[in-house]
Design a protein around this ligand. Structure first.
Ligand code: FAD
Length: 473
């Protein structure tokens, strides 16, 4: 396709267009993928036409949401990328029980719309991620333990499949596509619309942070992982543990916990344990907060308050939308974890980090996730008791990015004996086998892919992520 072209109705952008360079940018500035064209779709028939055209010409097709998948999975070298921005729509049902999203509606936009109301959607706190992109990979919001995966709140989806046909999918679907969409959804079609059932906002949330000296990291993380494997807390209680080192960008990255940054060096000197209780019963919340405190030992500083869900969201909001070079690796922790060895691997990784903006984030799972029926979604890691993420960020001109990536790979190797799986929302560059992302659901997903998209029209060039073996593509 040549520059400045139009199909019957859609606008097509190629490298000849001034805007092309901007379109191919994603959040991770290290991604350098050049699609053959971007096609703007204004409605479902535009999507159908684009899908049929690609199918006839044998060109692979992808959809760009908000571009926050760090692997650049929204783009395809030499492929066609659909831009659904002209279809962007956010509709709250009268009565406020359901919300419909179409096109790349951002989490920040959804929250602004629902803010102050009595229902919400558990979507996490990153403003710039798209609601659709999050849902298609399952969606692990920071309140997953209390409310489950984002995709569990999906009521129906309208997609255009690989034959260019429109399908409305819901719980009555017998093809398996609705199931597949909830965890591996970016490999099965173009999602035109999603309808979610919202959940009631608790009357108030008790939340806060405990700060512990970094010198206690090994002991504290060991206790943390052990706590995650014991049924000590109700599902309403969520708690994490993180260590962050973000010299120079600390305030921008997490202003609220800036208190953990040492005044002399600007570096963090703490293990920070955030917690929140979404149950609404203040007596129960207070008891669980005290139990958490007692389990972990005396903090050097703590902060606890009771506020609305919306205020807490505002406090934790990740507003950073500026692009940066980055890499993240997320793994899951099981019931039989060797807590001490995992804590040792994490603490020593943290101590050796050469990356100025480096975060290790441990987050509690279980709870609502464990109660989710195994066949409700294609996200396979429901039995995890917690998750662990390494995240490194660097500037656009960072000369040491290759060394930083090698370091993150070494961190991943160090924890590998103590963790399992990987999260498809944050593809891990070390993964070569899609079973790591899709676990026991891989065979069923691969069979559905062969049945519904045998030629791999919706291809993913992310190593270890595609559901069709490379020879079938
Ligand atoms: C700073 C940051 C914070 C994050 N925090 C969290 C978090 O708290 N919890 C969590 O679970 N994940 C989190 N993520 C991961 C994020 O949710 C996933 O990577 C998600 O897939 C991004 O969606 P997107 O639309 O923003 O990105 P994109 O890269 O545009 O899209 C992601 C994938 O979805 C596909 N896609 C998007 N829209 C459509 C559509 N309409 N039809 C078909 N396919 C589509 C794309 O082709 C691509 O494969 C975070 C990522 C970043 C960078």
């Amino acid at each position: 396709m040549d520059g400045h072209q139009r199909t019957d109705e859609s606008r097509v952008l190629t490298a000849a267009d001034a805007e092309f360079e901007r379109r191919r940018r994603v959040f991770n500035a290290d991604i350098d993928v050049s699609p053959a064209a971007f096609i703007e779709c204004r409605d479902v028939s535009d999507i159908q036409r684009a899908v049929r055209r690609c199918r006839e010409t044998g060109v692979a097709l992808s959809v760009k949401g908000a571009g926050h998948n760090l692997s650049g999975s929204a783009l395809l070298d030499g492929g066609v990328v659909l831009d659904l921005a002209p279809m962007k729509r956010l509709e709250l049902e009268p009565g406020g029980r359901r919300v419909t999203v179409s096109g790349p509606v951002l989490i920040g936009e959804l929250v602004r719309r629902l803010r102050g109301g009595d229902r919400f959607l558990p979507v996490g706190n990153t403003d710039g991620v798209s609601v659709t992109g999050l849902t298609l990979v399952g969606g692990l919001p920071n309140q997953a333990r209390a409310f489950g995966l984002t995709c569990c709140h999906l009521e129906s989806a309208t997609i255009v499949d690989a034959r260019g046909q429109v399908r409305v999918l819901n719980a009555r679907d017998e093809t398996g596509l609705f199931w597949a969409l909830k965890g591996a959804g970016d490999q099965f079609g173009v999602v035109a619309e999603l309808v979610f059932e919202l959940v009631p906002v608790p009357p108030h949330v008790l939340f806060g942070f405990l700060f512990f000296p970094l010198a206690r990291a090994r002991e504290l993380l060991t206790k943390y992982f052990r706590l995650c494997t014991r049924a000590r807390f109700s599902d309403a209680m969520i708690y994490g543990a993180f260590m962050l080192d973000c010299v120079g960008v600390g305030d921008e990255f997490m202003g609220e916990v800036g208190v953990a940054l040492r005044r002399d060096t600007g570096r963090s000197d703490a293990v920070i344990v955030p917690f929140a209780h979404y149950g609404g019963d203040l007596g129960a919340a207070q008891a669980e907060y005290l139990a958490l405190r007692e389990s972990l030992g005396e903090p050097y500083f703590e902060f606890m308050t009771v506020d609305s869900h919306w205020e807490l969201h505002e406090l934790l909001r990740d507003k950073q939308t500026a692009r940066c070079g980055c890499e993240a690796r997320t793994r899951f922790v099981g019931q039989d974890v060797d807590a001490e060895s995992l804590a040792e691997a994490l603490a020593s990784s943290y101590e050796r980090s050469p990356i100025d903006n480096f975060v290790i984030d441990c987050f509690s799972l279980g709870g609502a996730l464990r109660r989710t029926p195994a066949d409700a979604t294609s996200f396979p890691h429901l039995a995890a008791t917690s998750g662990v993420s390494f995240l490194g960020r660097w500037g656009l001109e960072e000369p040491r990015r290759a060394a930083h990536r090698r370091f993150l790979q070494a961190c991943d190797r160090a924890i590998r004996p103590h963790v399992f799986g990987a999260y498809s929302g944050i593809p891990n560059p070390s993964v070569t086998d899609p079973r790591e992302y899709f676990g026991a659901n891989y065979e069923r997903l691969a069979a559905l892919k062969r049945a519904h998209d045998p030629s791999g029209l919706f291809r993913k060039d992310v190593p270890g992520y595609g559901l069709l073996p490379p020879r079938d593509r």
